[in-house]
Structure formats: C-alpha cells, structure tokens
Design a binder for this molecule. Structure first.
Ligand code: GAP
Length: 502
C-alpha cells in the first residue's frame, strides 16, 4: 500500500508535468530530476510563500537575503570541515559490483541505527551479522569513506573548487560584508535560497534523495552572552511541538514523540535556546498550513553520535511519508563554529560589536529542503476514491494553477467569451496563474483540473452571454457559486490565501 502511494505520485508527476528524471531519453544518471511546467510553478510558489513567512513577515529581527555563488573555493570548504569530514561510508558487492551506502544498508537489513559510526565499526557489524548484498546476496568488500562533494577545477590553472554542499557556507563567508553594509545589529539573520550538490552514494525515492537539490536556509546570528530570544517569541511560545527525545529513541520500538509547548521545551532544557525553539514553532505552523497534520510531524533530537562535535543540538523536522519518517528540515545550533573556523583560516576578524562588547555571534540554522517539501505536499494532498479520478488537494497558495477557464460547450460565442476572460485574467498583475481548456467534455476537463490541483474551475455558459456571470467550482468540495465576471480576479486571488494565518 505505501509503495502504491509513492508510485501513484511518481506516475502523476510524470503524467501531469510535475517532475521527471534528468536526460530521461538517454537514461541519465540517478539522483537528478527536472521539474516540469507544473512542478516549476509549484516550486516558485513554495519559495515565495517561504520567503513571505520567514523573511518578509519576520519582524523579530532583520532577515537579509543573499544569492551566493554555487562554486566555492577549496580553502573555504577545507576550513568549514567539508573537505575532511563530509563523507558517507560505502561498500561494494564482490558479485554484482553494486555500491551500497553502508550505514543505510545496515539500518535497513538489521534495523540498527548506526549513523555517525566509523568505517571500522560498520565493517565489524557486517562481518559479525553476516550482512550481504541485498541485490544478489554477494559478499561485501571495499569498505571506505565516500566523499560527498563534486570537485571542480577553475580556469586554465586548474584551481581546486567544489560545487557547494549547502547554501549556508556563502552566508558565513559573506558575514562581515553583510554586517558592515547593512549596519546590522545582533540579533539578525541571513537567508538564502538556491541549489546545493551532494554526490550521494545511493540517490532514491524520486526527488527525496538527490545529487542536485534546492535549499532554503537561514542563519540567525545572536549574542550567546545576553541569553535573550527573538522579540516576538511570545507570539509562538504556546505552539505545541512534538519532540522525539534521545531517551525515547533508545527504546526498541523507535519511541514516541512527546508533546510540549515551545516555551516549555526551552524552560525544561530540551531545546537549548529560544531562537531554536522559535523556529521549531514556526515550522509547525508553516507545515500545517501546507496540509501536513501535526501528528505527521516530529522533531527528532539527533543522538550524540549523529551530532557534529561543535553543535549545541540538532532537531530534524521529520515528516511521516508513505515509506516512513524522513527529515525535511534540519535545525541546528551551530554555536560560533563556522565564523570561528573561517576567521582562523582566512585571517579575517569575524567578530562583531554588540553594545560595546566584541563577540563572535552564535548561530541557529533552520535548513529546509525544497524538493522534499514538494514531495511531502504531493503525498499529503493526493486523494483517491473520492471521485472517479485522483485529486490533488494542494494548499491553495502552492497550487501551480489558481483557476482553469472553461467554455461549457464548443460553441463559437462561448469560446470567444471564455477566451476574453482568460486573456483578461492572464494580464492581471496579481499572482493568479490561469489556464484555458476547451478540449473534451466538461467532466473530463474537471478531472484534468482536479488531478493537476487547480484551485478553481470557471465555467462560461449561455447565461454568461446574457448577464456576465460565470460559475466557479471549488476543487475540494465541487460546490459551485455564480459570480459576476468583474469579481473574478479578486475572488481567485483571495481564494489563494484561504485558511492561512493573517
Ligand atoms: N546547512 C545544513 C544542512 O545542509 P542538512 O540536514 O544536510 O543540513 C538540510 O540538509 C535539508 O536539505 C534536509 O532536511 C533535506 O530536506 C535537504 N537535503 C539534504 N540532502 C538532500 C538530498 N540529497 N536530496 C534532497 N534533499 C536533501
């Protein structure tokens, strides 16, 4: 059943133009996907909604946006620790030659959590437990760490560089420039949306684990001395968050998340500071508005062996998918690690004056994966069995198409009027992307629209020619109302924001 849902999503994505493998006609390499016409609009809507929520409407502190280079020099990623430590363990099958990501293979075959364990420990587990290739049963060999960055050489001289493995590093590298140019005072944040690249050993589950993907990241810089939090913390302090604690994870069955208010999570010392708790609460609200119910979200407190040595705590926001829980947002308290190492390696002073005190700020980082969120939305909005065709009950703000304009019948006068309304709506300055469709019966056109997640269907009939009114059909309820053409633009626009917080 779960595999069926994932398969239905992939089939719908291919059929309706949400996503497809890159260079499909050449059977291109695994781990690369292109977004089609609907997927691209959906991604833009998601990014815009995220920017609106986490950047423009943030008034607790200033959030500056940047757009950094995808290629970063060797020295910068050596300093950040990526050159030496950004690896996954792998092993090869002697029989079929398949390469496996070792920690995943052990987790899947033995049900053991081994993330963070060294290659020798993993090799020992394979030996003792007799883990073999799941593809052909062959023996495993060639145990080694696999480097996750794509290496490049720049220009004629071949200067070493990498495609960035996270967008965060641009932010740290620009910290001094931004602080100076914007006359920034702590706390402040810098956000970035863009591509990241990781040479994953085994990309899988369509757009869930990719080698090229998009992130929406924020680095919040704050004083570790003052011990304060975001000025608007009270607005979200009562939000209930579900935390899978370290203690719970040690239970044989994987444990149950505990529910508590964001403010209590800080007071009880479960979450290390208010900046981090603020984002956990905001993420719950954001994902709920995207159609993910609270019980399908949890913050997993990473175990000590999975947590980087410099981190003051990592809380992955995991969403329940048809194939299990999966991280969609990484939340980390990175302390002053990045600014300190870049300061040391570059020789630049990356401290800042905070009311007369010179400090290296601490950092809280929420890091959202775009494709995983798109997939989570698709899975949670997919409905079968309600009508004779599948429906995508997408969050209205994210739907690629806000309205479809449909002449009821293939009659010249109706087609002309529908086309006139469509061209008028397409000229609108409001973000209401509309399409025109006159192919097939009205029932088939409703079905096509439902499957593409179109919020509203606007039908032009004989009455339209007499009184300039149209029917507007709601995707989720199929209820229809009759409205004046003049009111359409505003109606479609307002409908986009239905159910969202003001
Ligand atoms: N700067 C911190 C950072 O990059 P991460 O947990 O490695 O943290 C953050 O990544 C998010 O990026 C993840 O929660 C996930 O949504 C997304 N992500 C990471 N690796 C990915 C991959 N190979 N394919 C698709 N999305 C990925």
């Amino acid at each position: 059943m779960p595999e069926q849902l994932a398969e239905s999503i992939v089939q719908l994505a291919l059929r309706r133009g949400f996503f497809n493998p890159t260079a499909e006609i050449y059977r291109g390499p695994a781990g690369f996907y292109d977004l089609g016409p609907l997927g691209t609009l959906m991604k833009l809507n998601l990014i815009n909604y995220w920017l609106d929520t986490f950047v423009k409407r943030e008034t607790s502190f200033e959030v500056y946006l940047i757009d950094g280079s995808l290629i970063l020099p060797y020295e910068a990623l050596k300093a950040s620790g990526h050159v030496d430590k950004f690896t996954d363990p792998k092993a090869e099958c002697v029989k079929c030659g398949r390469i496996h990501r070792l920690d995943q293979l052990i987790e899947e075959t033995l049900g053991l959590k081994v993330e963070g364990k060294g290659i020798e420990d993993l090799q020992e587990i394979v030996k003792v437990q007799g883990v073999r290739c799941p593809n052909c049963g062959g023996e495993l060999t060639g145990f080694k760490e696999h480097h996750l960055m794509f290496k490049l050489s720049i220009g004629g001289g071949g200067e070493a560089a990498f495609l960035r493995p996270e967008t965060a590093q641009n932010i740290f590298l620009n910290f001094k420039r931004i602080a100076y140019a914007m006359r920034a005072k702590l706390p402040f944040a810098v956000a970035q949306v863009g591509k990241s690249f990781r040479n994953e050993i085994s990309p899988r589950q369509s757009i869930i684990r990719l080698r090229e993907f998009s992130q929406m990241e924020i680095e919040v810089f704050f004083s570790p001395i003052r011990g304060d939090g975001p000025s608007k913390f009270e607005d979200v302090g009562d939000t209930v968050i579900r935390v899978l604690t370290r203690e719970e994870q040690k239970r044989g069955d994987g444990g149950e998340a505990i529910e508590l208010r964001a403010r209590d999570a800080v007071e009880e010392g479960i979450v290390p500071n208010k900046f981090l708790a603020y984002y956990l609460a905001k993420e719950v609200r954001f994902f709920q508005s995207l159609g993910i119910p609270p019980e399908n979200m949890r913050f997993r407190h990473l175990l000590p062996e999975e947590t980087p040595h410099y981190s003051g705590g990592n809380f992955d926001l995991e969403v329940k998918f048809s194939f299990g829980w999966k991280e969609v947002v990484g939340n980390a308290y990175r302390r002053d690690y990045d600014l300190t190492v870049h300061s040391k390696h570059s020789g630049e002073d990356l401290s800042i004056d905070d009311n007369g005190v010179k400090i290296v700020p601490h950092v809280v980082e929420p890091s959202f994966g775009v494709e995983r969120i798109l997939y989570a939305i698709l899975e949670h909005s997919y409905r079968e069995g309600v009508r004779e065709w599948p429906i995508l009950m997408l969050p209205r703000i994210i739907s690629p198409i806000k309205a479809a304009i449909l002449p009821l019948l293939d009659r010249t006068a109706l087609v002309a009027k529908a086309w006139e309304i469509y061209t008028w709506l397409r000229a609108s300055r409001l973000p209401i992307y509309t399409v025109y469709d006159d192919r097939g019966s009205i029932g088939r056109r409703y079905a096509r629209a439902d499957e593409a997640g179109v919020n509203l269907c606007v039908t032009i009939d004989h009455q339209t020619l007499q009184d300039n009114t149209v029917t507007v059909r709601d995707r989720d309820t199929t209820s229809q109302i009759r409205v004046k053409i003049d009111e359409l633009e505003e109606l479609i626009f307002n409908d986009t924001y239905r159910g969202l917080e003001q």
